[in-house]
Design a protein around this ligand. Structure first.
Ligand code: NAP
Ligand code: 8YV
Length: 318
C-alpha cells in the first residue's frame, strides 16, 4: 500500500522529522531550491501540510496545493496560518493545545519572578565579581501582589493556578468573561494594567491582538509595574515597551517573544530590568514530544478517519 504524501513546510524537531519520514511519504518543502517551481509542478500531489508558527501557511501556498485537505500546525498559536483562507477552501486545521499549558505557565511565572527579584541580573552580578565590591540592590516582592492576566484561556488559567500558590490577587482581561472562575473580569486592559503590579500577557496572536498592549497600557502599568509576555511579540507595541524600559517608566519586563524573532531590539541587550528568552516557553523534551505526538495523531486521524484530533475552533463569520 502506498504511503500518504505529506508536505513539510519548514524544519521541525529531528524526532518529529524522523517519525514523519518513517510513517508518511513526507517531502521537505524547505529543502527545495525553488519552492515555487516545486509547488507548481508537484503541489497537487499533497493532501496534507505540516507547518509551524515560523513557516505558517498563507493563501498562496494553499492555492499552490489544489488538493490540500488538512494543515497540522506544530504549536498552539497558529496566527501565521491564514485560517480564514483555509476555512474558505474547506481545509481542516489542527494545532497542539493543552499539552504545553504547564510548561508555558511555568516559564511565565519564572519570568515574573526573575524580572521582580533580579535572578538573571544578580547572576551576572556574581559572575562579574561585583559581589566582592558590594551588595546587589534590593528587589521587588512577588508573593501577595496583584497579578493581571491578559487572556485567561488554557494557558492563562494554568498561570492563575500557579499564582494562587504565591497568594497573588488575580484579575484578568479578555473579550468575554470566563465562566466558572473566581477572578474578576476587567473589560479594559488599561484599567487592568493600572490596577496590577504584574501584567502577564497570554492572549492569542494575529491581527485582532496586534499592539493590544499599547503605549497607553504600558504607561498605565506605571513605574512600579512589570510586564511579562509569553504570547506573541506582535501583541505588544515593542517600540513603546523599549522606550518605557529604557526610561524606567515601567519597573521591568520578562519577554519570551518578540516582534521580529530572532532579532531582539538592541536597546534591550544592555538593560538589567528586562529578562530576555529565545521563545522557549514550551521547549522541554517532554512537552515538545507531546506536541510532536499530537501532530502525528492529527495526520493519522485525518488520513484514516477524515477528521482531526485537535481541530482549531471555527472562526466567527467576518
Ligand atoms: P486560548 O485558550 O485560545 O486562550 C486565548 C485567550 O486570549 C482567551 O482568553 C481569549 O479570550 C483571549 N483573547 C483572544 N483574542 C483577544 C482579544 N482580541 N482581546 C483580548 N483577549 C483576547 O489559547 P492558549 O492555548 O491559552 O494560548 C494562548 C497563546 O499563547 C497562543 O495563541 C500562542 O500565541 C501563545 N503561546 C506562546 C508560547 C510560547 O512559547 N511563548 C507557547 C504556547 C502558546 P476571548 O476570546 O474571550 O477574548
Ligand atoms: C512553540 C508556541 O515554540 O505553541 C505555540 O504557540 O509558540 C510554541 O509552543 C512554537 O509553536 C514552535 O514552533
Amino acid at each position: 500500500m502506498s504511503r500518504h504524501r505529506v508536505l513539510q513546510a519548514g524544519r521541525l524537531m529531528p524526532e518529529l522529522e524522523a517519525s514523519l519520514a518513517e510513517q508518511f511519504d513526507c517531502h521537505a518543502l524547505w529543502n527545495e531550491k525553488d519552492p515555487r517551481r516545486f509547488l507548481a509542478e508537484q503541489g497537487a500531489g499533497f493532501q496534507a501540510l505540516v507547518t509551524t508558527s515560523k513557516n505558517g501557511a498563507d493563501a498562496a501556498l494553499m492555492d499552490a496545493m489544489p488538493n490540500l485537505k488538512a494543515i497540522t500546525h506544530f504549536g498552539v498559536g497558529y496566527d501565521t496560518v491564514d485560517a480564514a483562507a483555509a476555512a474558505k477552501r474547506g481545509i481542516a486545521l489542527s494545532n497542539t493545545p493543552d499539552v504545553l499549558n504547564d510548561c508555558v505557565a511555568d516559564v511565565a511565572m519564572g519570568l515574573l519572578i526573575d524580572a521582580a527579584r533580579g535572578l538573571s541580573a544578580s547572576d551576572r552580578f556574581v559572575r562579574r565579581g561585583d559581589w566582592l565590591k558590594g551588595q546587589f540592590p534590593l528587589t521587588t516582592r512577588v508573593s501577595g501582589k496583584k497579578l493581571g492576566i491578559a487572556g485567561l484561556g488554557r494557558i492563562g488559567q494554568a498561570i492563575a493556578k500557579r499564582a494562587q500558590g504565591f497568594d497573588m490577587h488575580i484579575r484578568y482581561h479578555s473579550r468575554k468573561p470566563v465562566a466558572n472562575v473566581a477572578f474578576t473580569h476587567e473589560p479594559s486592559l488599561a484599567a487592568l494594567a493600572r490596577w496590577c503590579d504584574f501584567l502577564v500577557v497570554i492572549v492569542s496572536g494575529g491581527p485582532a491582538t496586534r499592539h493590544l498592549v499599547s503605549a497607553e497600557v504600558i504607561e498605565a502599568l506605571g513605574p512600579q509595574g512589570y510586564l511579562v509576555n509569553v504570547s506573541r511579540g506582535s501583541v505588544v507595541d515593542e517600540a513603546a515597551l523599549v522606550d518605557a524600559l529604557v526610561h524606567r517608566r515601567i519597573a521591568g519586563a520578562g519577554l519570551d517573544v518578540f516582534e521580529d524573532e530572532p532579532r531582539v531590539p538592541q536597546a534591550l541587550l544592555a538593560l538589567d530590568n528586562v529578562v530576555l528568552l529565545p521563545h522557549l516557553a514550551s521547549g522541554t523534551r517532554e512537552t515538545r514530544k507531546a506536541m510532536a505526538d499530537l501532530v502525528l495523531a492529527n495526520l493519522h486521524s485525518w488520513f484514516d478517519h477524515g477528521r482531526l484530533v485537535t481541530p482549531v475552533p471555527a472562526a466567527p463569520p467576518a
